[in-house]
Design a protein around this ligand. Structure first.
Ligand code: HEC
Length: 478
């Protein structure tokens, strides 16, 4: 069976719900609409009254998005439910469908929490049991990590600090790293070693910069990339790799993207829509895109829009909201991406050149206030996600597991969830997501995940306000 996003049939295996953001769920316009129009028969919590429960997993008239929409639209006049198609518009019907999915996930919360509760520190999952072992604490929000050949770790902290972790101790911060624009979700973001690091010692960083640009009179910024080397605790030999002219910067504090993958001498990276969703469809702008450049920053002349007048030449694909996860499939070399969606509508995509991934024209999500963004989930000329989450898990970094400590997880795709505090394990066949298991829950916001050269699976967890980040690793329990 292909899992293409309809979660209701999959609820027993994958229950994604938003915990720290629970106030968002069941709130807003859609909740009012449900309470006013439907609760009298289906119950305030969808538990059922004169009409049947809508959270018991039993769907007499079908559980696909289309079937549920049809039930609402046409009703069952002979059975006591009037049609709603004259009273509600298609957008309202669409938001009710998403709402019903959300409530189904929430209803199973108790069972899920019970299953995922570690006992004696051991997390039991379908294929492996593991313990969570702390490597080190940061002193702020840790964003990304990579592994140095000598066994040390390198990790970024959003407030601008770059640390080396030696034998479980934080050392640094490294002096002289790029100045970052600390604004909302921005700061020092991704770190990655060049694939030929042993020979060239290049380390790449992405961060948010403000170079004096203004947007509506307010300071504005954008994601930028630099590379440099580290010597005796100093950042040296810095080269600018990617930088956007300030006329394109926006003042929003959100959606910086920032992740990297290296492939065949190229650097692929993401920039989120920077809080201007319509710009994701505009190929003259860099935001809401995946880009491809040479590893030294030059723009390849065979990029999909390189010959198009006024296009932003480094664009590889477009129509993205906030891509915060990128990795290469270890067997096929394809680029996989995860994208932080709106309320419902986090996505996993397979990134191919020149394609449009749809944001904000199509999406499985709605606005955080419960108002629909669009009633379209699919459209000609726009790519469908391979997997989407309703409700959102607040997906961030991803990693195809390549270690040998958890043999049955080999090449599974791990996806981190922030607000949901979840770590997901997706089973992939070809370009299809076959299953999705939550392997860890409520241990902190999971911002990044990475296979270590030692075979363990590393995670960056953040907890508390203000957020404090720590590095942990999953080690087999036996
Ligand atoms: C006056 C009572 C009443 C109201 C109001 C009402 N329903 Fe229903 N609804 C029913 C009944 C009764 C059925 C069951 C029909 C049957 O037995 O097959 C039903 C069936 C459904 C189904 C199909 C369930 C399945 O098992 O396939 C959905 C979905 C649904 N309602 C959603 C809604 C939504 C959303 C609203 C508000 C916009 C709503 N209903 C308002 C009485 C109501």
């Amino acid at each position: 069976m292909k899992l293409n996003g309809s979660l209701t049939t999959f609820a027993a295996i994958s229950l994604a719900f938003v915990s720290s953001a629970q106030n968002r769920i069941g709130s807003g316009a859609v909740d009012e609409l449900y309470q006013a129009s439907c609760a009298s028969c289906h119950g305030k919590q969808l538990e059922g009254a004169s009409g049947q429960p809508l959270i018991d997993g039993i769907w007499k008239h079908g559980d696909s998005d289309e079937a549920i929409a049809k039930s609402i639209r046409d009703g069952f006049p002979e059975l006591g439910m009037a049609p709603w198609k004259d009273a509600l518009n298609e957008e309202q019907i669409r938001s009710l469908v998403i709402y019903i999915h959300e409530q189904n996930q929430l209803a199973d919360k108790e069972a899920l929490l019970k299953r995922l509760e570690p006992s004696d520190g051991v997390f039991k999952t379908e294929l492996h049991s593991f313990k969570l072992e702390k490597v080190t604490d940061g002193d702020g929000v840790l964003w990304s990590l990579d592994f140095l050949p000598n066994g040390d770790l390198i990790t970024t902290q959003r407030d601008g600090k770059l640390w080396i972790v030696k034998n479980g101790e934080l050392t640094g911060p490294i002096n002289g790293t790029p100045e970052v624009w600390q604004h909302g979700q921005g700061g020092l973001l991704e770190v990655a070693l060049h694939p030929d690091f042993q020979e060239n010692q290049w380390i790449y960083l992405s961060y948010t910069e403000n170079t004096g640009g203004k947007d509506a009179g307010k300071p504005a910024g954008m994601t930028a990339i630099a590379r440099g080397r580290i010597k005796d605790g100093n950042w040296i030999d810095q080269e600018e790799i990617f930088h956007v002219p300030s006329k394109f910067h926006t003042n929003a504090g959100v959606h910086f993207g920032s992740r990297f993958v290296f492939k065949d001498g190229y650097l692929f990276f993401s920039i989120g829509d920077r809080g201007r969703q319509d710009m994701a469809q505009d190929i003259t702008r860099p935001n809401g895109k995946i880009h491809r450049i040479h590893d030294d920053g030059r723009v390849p002349s065979d990029n999909p829009f390189a010959q198009e007048k006024d296009a932003y030449k480094s664009i590889w694909s477009y129509g993205h909201r906030n891509p915060q996860g990128l990795d290469l499939h270890p067997a096929t070399g394809e680029i996989w991406e995860t994208e932080h969606g709106p309320r419902g509508g986090d996505e996993t995509n397979w990134i191919r050149p020149g394609l449009n991934y749809g944001w904000p024209v199509i999406t499985y999500g709605m606005n955080y206030n419960g108002k629909p963004l669009t009633q379209h989930t699919a459209m000609e000329g726009m790519e469908q996600p391979l997997r989407y989450w309703v409700p959102s898990i607040a997906v961030c970094g991803i990693d195809f597991y390549e270690g040998n400590r958890f043999p049955n997880w080999k090449h599974n795709l791990f996806a981190s969830g922030m607000a949901s505090q979840e770590l997901h394990r997706l089973t992939i066949e070809g370009d299809q997501v076959m299953a999705d298991e939550i392997v860890m829950k409520n241990q902190g916001r999971v911002r990044d995940v990475a296979s270590g050269p030692d075979g363990y699976l590393y995670v960056l967890l953040t907890s508390g306000t203000p957020g404090k980040g720590s590095i942990y690793r999953l080690v087999p329990a036996n």
